[in-house]
Design a protein around this ligand. Structure first.
Ligand SMILES: NC(=O)c1ccc[n+]([C@@H]2O[C@H](COP(=O)([O-])OP(=O)(O)OC[C@H]3O[C@@H](n4cnc5c(N)ncnc54)[C@H](O)[C@@H]3O)[C@@H](O)[C@H]2O)c1
Length: 193
């Protein structure tokens, strides 16, 4: 399978790249390197340095690589940055995702997996409780609002572009606390390949 990973030079994205390569898939990455690093990527993985806010850049990348599936990790991913600059989350996370979905529809991409968030969408979760999908979302940051908006936009795209052959299928997944714990390794050097 051909898999495009947006934000593939970032923390989670680069692990997805590793896992997809190990499973024998063809992988390409689209990333503006705003927080990701080129050296997070194994040698030979095609990297398009581009900004999701640039609709033409992502359209060209998707059109050229023609992925079967997209793992959408690219985001402004900091809650505190979003509190200071909510516009950035709307531009990168919401408009950037719309640009990606439009590019996927234009190129007939069948599958998109979107990295949402479990930690932020449900607001303040009482100590000792775990929020699952049955909880009513109560986002309290622009970051969480942007992620919830993209989940809901995905559902609209899925309904709008469904057809007999499948059409665009979107899935949102949420990183949980285990990811946050593993994130402490973010600054640790990556093992030599
Ligand atoms: N790390 C966590 O615990 C956690 C928890 C919940 C959700 N998430 C989500 O998972 C995804 C990956 O998170 P991460 O921790 O790896 O973050 P990260 O900052 O390491 O990775 C994000 C990547 O996106 C790229 N990027 C940012 N803006 C871009 C733009 N405009 N155009 C193209 N590329 C852009 C960055 O350069 C970076 O490589 C994000 O969508 C984040 O919201 C992460």
């Amino acid at each position: 399978m051909r898999i495009l990973v947006t934000g593939g030079a970032g923390f989670i994205g680069s692990h997805i790249v590793d896992a997809a390569l190990a499973a024998g898939h063809d992988v390409a990455v689209f990333d503006d390197l705003s927080s990701g690093k080129r050296e997070n990527l194994p040698e030979g993985v095609p990297l398009t340095v581009g900004d999701l806010r640039d609709a033409e850049a992502i359209r060209k990348c998707v059109g050229a690589f023609k992925p079967d599936a997209v793992s959408h990790q690219a985001a402004q991913a900091s809650v505190s940055v979003s509190m200071r600059d909510p516009r950035l989350d709307v531009e990168v996370n919401v408009i950037g995702s719309i640009n990606l979905f439009d590019a996927c529809v234009a190129s007939g991409v069948g599958r998109v997996v979107f990295a949402s968030t479990g930690g932020a969408i449900y607001g303040e979760v009482p100590e000792g409780q775990v929020a699952d999908e049955s909880w009513v979302p109560k986002p309290i940051s622009p970051y969480a609002i942007s992620k919830l908006a993209v989940e809901q936009l995905m559902a609209v795209y899925k309904a709008q572009h469904a057809h007999a052959d499948g059409g665009l299928q979107g899935t949102a997944c949420a990183a949980d606390d285990r990811v946050a714990i593993r994130e402490r390794l973010r600054s640790a050097p990556r093992p030599a390949r």
